[in-house]
Design a protein around this ligand. Structure first.
Ligand code: FAD
Length: 392
């Protein structure tokens, strides 16, 4: 006997939890399935914090999405009583010997340009102003430039997922945890989902499988998506660390290429450590092959390259570390579209390492897509068709 639902959401991480909540809120008969027990630390949505900001240097097409997310985080906080979105401000800065103020590809310049174009509240900070406001960055070079957005900050990914799943369940959603989807087929009437424990029939399906997407989605995603291992480090602060009482989330460009950028978060209340991470897009991995442990040499490389001489008040003692993965598209933008061969099936989740801040709003948009056939947000920039040339 098959269970029949209006919508099945496959994968209950950042995107899936948001879609489930919004669908249940809209009164849709919805089921979610996850191979793990979200929130968990096996995918792309763990590690305590995720940056959010309105001036999204990745492109103007993301601005309406993150705006909606900021609204929804506050709605979720009011409903749950949980603290999800900390508006401690975001500091994007370039402090590099090669810095060229006319370089429009520089991420800080792109961020500034977008903020000016769309009237996003911000301040431009000189090196001296950065040092005065945020003494932890006192080693910045004299040529450094900073963009400070007071309305940005960080969200708490595990809490956001847990809250949305709980609220979805309270509104009637069925959640299956520890159950793996093994096959998806479709016909004119709907979609059949096979798991390792049952068969589910749904009118529509949302596939939000994160780094497992490539296998679950098949062609042409197997040729488009790459899984890239990412590292997160929490370094203990010095006892007398001069961190401002409210420190910003930061994105710090201090050289060229992947190795010249880091990002990080203020110490969380009650924790005496600074979380810092980097990005890399050159080494590919897969969910099965992902090395989930950080070695001692990776921790010392990280400290030497990104902390020593760049951020004051931080020791090289590692409080904890984590490995996470990006699911990356060829142009590092999202893919959010109907599946080209599976009918009634929407695909989200290839978010190239910058999806969390948008997830609440994408959940809302996906729910509208399922219910009304279209979303209020224009998601056409994330269409699969832009890769047609690559797939010929
Ligand atoms: C280190 C790191 C730092 C990041 N920093 C930021 C940031 O600062 N700001 C930002 O906006 N974004 C950031 N991102 C990106 C963001 O976190 C991700 O884009 C987002 O969390 C991905 O959510 P998801 O739902 O696509 O994937 P996930 O949350 O991983 O969810 C996928 C789910 O699908 C389930 N699943 C997979 N296959 C199956 C199957 N066959 N059957 C059943 N279930 C299945 C998995 O168990 C998992 O729960 C970062 C990502 C990483 C890794």
């Amino acid at each position: 006997m098959k269970d029949r639902y209006d919508v099945a959401v496959l994968g209950m991480g950042a995107m899936g939890a948001a879609a489930l909540y919004q669908l249940a809120k809209a009164g849709v008969k919805v089921i979610g399935v996850d191979r793990h027990h979200p929130p968990h630390d096996q995918g792309s949505s763990h590690g305590d914090t995720r940056i959010t900001r309105l001036s999204v240097g990745e492109g103007a097409q993301y601005l309406p999405i993150v705006r909606n997310s900021h609204r929804i985080w506050r709605e979720l906080e009011a409903l749950s009583g949980e603290s999800l979105f900390e508006q401690c401000g975001v500091l994007v800065m370039t402090s590099s010997p090669d810095y060229d103020a006319n370089d429009q590809t520089d991420f800080t310049q792109r961020t500034l340009h977008l903020a000016n174009t769309y009237g996003i509240e911000h301040e431009v900070l000189s090196a001296e102003q950065i040092r005065q406001r945020f003494p932890q960055f006192s080693p910045v070079q004299d040529s450094a430039v900073g963009y400070f957005e007071p309305g940005g900050g960080y969200v708490r990914p595990e809490r956001c997922i847990a809250v949305q799943l709980k609220l979805a369940e309270e509104r009637g959603a069925t959640l299956l945890k520890g159950e793996t989807v093994t096959q998806i087929t479709s016909d004119e009437q709907g979609v059949t989902v096979l798991t390792d424990q049952r068969t589910i029939r749904a009118d529509k399906v949302v596939i939000s499988a994160g780094m497992w997407s490539r296998d679950l989605l098949g062609k042409p995603f197997d040729r488009l998506l790459r899984v890239c291992r990412q590292k997160l480090f929490w370094f203990e602060l010095e006892d007398n660390a001069r961190f401002a009482p409210v420190s910003p989330t930061f994105i710090y460009y201090h050289g060229g290429g992947d190795a010249g950028m880091s990002y990080g978060f203020p110490p969380l209340p009650g924790e005496g450590s600074l979380k810092i991470g980097t990005e890399q897009y050159s080494e590919e991995s897969s969910p099965d092959r992902l090395d989930r442990t950080i070695s001692e040499s990776e921790a010392s490389d990280m400290f030497d390259t990104h902390v020593r001489g760049k951020i004051a008040g931080v020791t090289s003692r590692l409080a904890k570390s984590a490995v996470c993965a990006y699911t990356v598209t060829p142009d590092s933008d999202f893919i959010i579209d109907e599946h080209p061969t599976l009918k009634h099936t929407l695909v989200v989740s290839a978010c190239s390492g910058h999806g969390f801040k948008h997830s609440a709003a994408l959940g809302e948009a996906l729910a509208q897509w399922c219910v009304r056939g279209r979303s209020e947000l224009d998601l056409s920039a994330f269409s699969l068709r832009r890769f047609d040339g690559l797939l010929d």
